[in-house]
Design a protein around this ligand. Structure first.
Ligand code: FAD
Length: 216
């Protein structure tokens, strides 16, 4: 078995290291100290293709293998863990989930914007009473025929204050326990969605109407 990195993987690693050292390192302590969201740095990550590395080129992604993605993550994590979490959520939790489980219409509508970093995505699973034991989450999504009525509160949501799209885990079939949890696509601008204070993040204070549901 050959464990050497390919030329492409080495080039990705080098590009990520270069970016981390030149762009992220100079301001990282100040951003951490003041809890500043790295808006400009995230914009540059998008420009360099770091926000949709494994997504298909058809949807504006890099079409890269998992190892290339991990190598880039390592280099960015060494310098700025906030940027690496933002990057990992968009790549692994949002773009991958959408591409793997979403239907053609959902991919067409959301994936290109997310994979290119034009929009940032969030993955909403954790709740105040559901962390490690995520399956005990209480958010519900009731099928109302042509839409879902979603009701619940999520916290610890990376990108929660900046994302345009959220993949929200909710009980669509409570009688099935953890097998009854599905993912719903929620846009931040939809009526009923509100974002709480930093550290607590995403909230749906009143039931919101959701047209999309993807099975995960
Ligand atoms: C930086 C950061 C980013 C995050 N981003 C997201 C995000 O984007 N989306 C999202 O949905 N969530 C996110 N989370 C939430 C994260 O997934 C939860 O924090 C995690 O699941 C743990 O839950 P908790 O914090 O409630 O801790 P708890 O579940 O309350 O655990 C507290 C402690 O108890 C221990 N423990 C728990 N259960 C057991 C057990 N059965 N046996 C022994 N020990 C146990 C744990 O190991 C831990 O040490 C993020 C968290 C952080 C810190």
């Amino acid at each position: 078995m050959i464990f050497d990195l390919t030329e492409e993987q080495l080039a990705v690693k080098e590009a990520a290291r270069d970016f981390a050292q030149k762009v992220l390192k100079p301001g990282v302590i100040e951003r951490d100290t003041h809890m500043t969201y790295p808006k400009e740095e995230v914009r540059q990550m998008a420009e360099l293709g770091f926000l949709g590395m494994m997504a298909s080129p058809e949807y504006g992604g890099g079409g890269m293998d998992t190892l290339s993605y991990v190598l880039a993550m390592e280099e960015i994590s060494k310098v700025d863990s906030s940027c690496s979490v933002i990057m990992s959520v968009n790549n692994s939790l949002v773009c991958w989930g959408l591409e793997t489980y979403g239907n053609a219409e959902q991919k067409q509508q959301y994936l290109h914007k997310l994979a290119t970093g034009e929009w940032i995505g969030a993955f909403c699973l954790s709740e105040p009473e559901a962390g490690s034991d995520a399956t005990s989450q209480r958010t519900t999504a009731v099928d109302m025929g042509d839409y879902y009525l979603l009701n619940g509160t999520k916290n610890w949501i990376t990108n929660g204050g900046t994302s345009k799209v959220h993949l929200v885990m909710a009980q669509t079939h409570p009688e099935k326990g953890h097998h009854g949890i599905n993912a719903l696509i929620v846009e931040t601008d939809w009526p009923g969605v509100s974002v709480g204070k930093k550290k607590t993040s995403w909230v749906s204070a009143v039931p919101i109407r959701i047209p999309s549901c993807i099975t995960m």
